[in-house]
Write a protein that binds this ligand. Structure first.
Ligand SMILES: Cc1cc2nc3c(=O)[nH]c(=O)nc-3n(C[C@H](O)[C@H](O)[C@H](O)COP(=O)(O)OP(=O)(O)OC[C@H]3O[C@@H](n4cnc5c(N)ncnc54)[C@H](O)[C@@H]3O)c2cc1C
Length: 477
């Protein structure tokens, strides 16, 4: 997120000085690391949580269209950077990977058929295929079928324009370009305080991460708190009133991974299933081809769990340290209002390895435990906020929290995540720099041709932009 914002701001206002502080020894070692997230270029091509079924049985595609529109914005910005030579090799961070949805059981098959009907003629979902035929599904994703009972009703959709993204590689390349353009990057430096001075500037206090030695503070006119799970605590330290009432609910995760080339060779797709009834959207099971540093692996999960840490490298005191008088009621109310989620997470924590492997076997009936090993995923800190009716609610999206004068902003939450970093940071720019926006619009439109418009309203433009970004990013059209 910080790398994206830094590059956007540099393009819009090249004379501004940009400084980036990272507490760890390198960039992208937290959520943006390729092994800490699933690397799905979220465009709602296969994620069933974006297309809920309404009580009358029809499918609501509004969220799917919104997420897809957002991903098109990211694709356009990355394409611009490729064209400008800022991201010389698109294959080093984005790869064509068909996106599939796969379900079993009569009710789920009916749902998927209806979802397909609702999306197939939409300009942003062009090319989606549907099948209930095991032979066809096997030809799309060979691991899914052998060992499965012939009597089990199954269905799948496939769209070949899906992507796998190495957000770690992308982050490092974006930041490398930014540093070459004059930005300053300091690693192993922990931001410890944010104070508003009388002259309106922000005073940023820092310590060396190792040993905690204090460093000379710096001042800034604008601060972006792109600290992932630690953004909540830093925004609280800034004292801005807009952060009052916000809390965080951390959800940990694990994936199963295999690097066995024989198994990997049989699965060239990202296959998303349907979440178990009552489980949170981030626990939708999926089996993904991952391409990291040019090498393929498969990842299955995530298995959600609970840890009070707000970062993978955080402290078990994080959750308790974030409690303030102003977020206590929303946090308790959100907890009581989501006892089902708490129960689900405890159940996941308590699940044995065999039970967890059983979930993979529902996707890959012939999976062999010898091929798979567990890896710990990144932490997701879900947003808790005040609610007039319920006192406190838990939400699964992201939220930009900014001071009313736009001098400081941070990002809370995790989904849809890194795929939508560009539109999220554009939203932040619109919120924090309203006076500059008119002057910046021509540059924005030059980098993101659909800026300010909806591609869904213009099928011809949608097709042209998808084709152009596929070409620039060397993806299958
Ligand atoms: C299990 C899982 C699966 C996911 N799958 C996907 C997916 O398939 N597709 C997708 O698009 N998104 C996915 N996401 C979401 C995505 O990973 C995140 O939205 C994105 O990486 C967040 O980027 P960020 O820059 O906000 O945070 P991070 O990548 O966590 O970066 C925050 C940085 O701030 C640093 N920091 C923290 N505190 C301080 C401090 N005090 N001083 C200095 N530095 C500090 C941290 O060390 C870290 O490097 C997933 C996330 C998880 C956890």
């Amino acid at each position: 997120m910080s790398a994206t914002l830094g590059v956007l701001l540099h393009k819009l206002q090249p004379d501004w000085t940009i400084r980036v502080y990272e507490r760890l020894g390198d960039l992208a070692l937290e959520s943006s690391n390729p092994w800490n997230n699933a690397g799905t270029g979220h465009a709602a091509l296969c994620e069933l949580n974006y297309t809920p079924q309404r009580p009358d049985g029809t499918i609501d595609i509004a969220s799917a269209v919104k997420v897809n529109e957002q991903f098109q914005v990211s694709r356009q910005f990355w394409s611009h950077l490729v064209g400008a030579g800022d991201l010389p090799d698109p294959r080093s961070f984005i790869t064509s990977t068909p996106h599939m949805s796969f379900v079993w059981g009569e009710a789920n098959v009916t749902y998927l058929r209806k979802r397909f009907e609702a999306l197939k003629d939409h300009p942003l979902f062009a090319g989606m295929e549907y099948s209930e035929d095991a032979r066809v599904i096997r030809s799309w994703a060979p691991l899914l079928i052998p060992g499965r009972a012939k009597s089990q009703p199954i269905a799948a959709t496939r769209i070949t324009s899906g992507t796998d993204v190495d957000f770690g590689s992308l982050t490092r390349q974006l930041m490398r370009g930014l540093v070459q353009s004059g930005a300053e990057l300091a690693t192993e430096v922990r931001v410890t305080s944010l104070k508003r001075q009388k002259d309106g500037l922000w005073r940023i206090g820092m310590r060396r991460d190792l040993g905690g030695t204090p460093m000379p503070p710096v001042t800034a006119r604008f601060v972006f708190v792109g600290a992932g799970g630690y953004a909540l605590g830093l925004l609280q330290k800034s004292g801005i009133k807009e952060i009052r009432g916000y809390g965080g609910f951390p959800v940990s995760g694990e994936f199963l991974r295999t690097d066995n080339p024989e198994v990997v060779a049989k699965h060239a797709a990202k296959v998303y299933g349907k979440a178990a009834v009552g489980s949170p959207p981030m626990s939708v099971p999926h089996l993904d081809l991952r391409v990291v540093d040019g090498t393929g692996s498969l990842m299955f999960g995530p298995y959600a769990g609970f840890s009070p840490k707000y970062l993978k490298t955080g402290s078990i005191l994080d959750l308790f340290a974030s409690i303030r008088w102003h977020n206590l009621v929303p946090m308790i109310a959100a907890g009581l209002g989501n006892l089902g989620l708490v129960k689900y997470l405890i159940g996941q924590l308590a699940a044995s390895s065999t039970t967890k492997f059983g979930e993979l076997k529902q996707f890959v009936p012939n999976a062999d435990p010898a091929d798979w090993y567990r890896i710990t995923a990144g932490q997701r800190v879900q947003v808790i906020k005040k609610d007039a009716k319920k006192l406190g609610v838990l939400q699964f999206g992201t939220e930009v929290v900014a001071a009313s004068d736009g001098s400081i902003a941070g990002l809370l939450g995790a989904s849809p995540g890194a795929s939508t970093a560009v539109p999220i940071m554009l939203g932040l720019i619109e919120k924090c720099f309203p006076d500059k926006l008119d002057g910046w619009k021509p540059t924005l439109a030059g980098m993101i041709p659909s800026y300010g418009t909806a591609l869904s309203d213009d099928p011809t433009k949608a097709a042209a932009i998808q084709a152009a970004t596929a070409k620039a990013l060397q993806l299958d059209a």
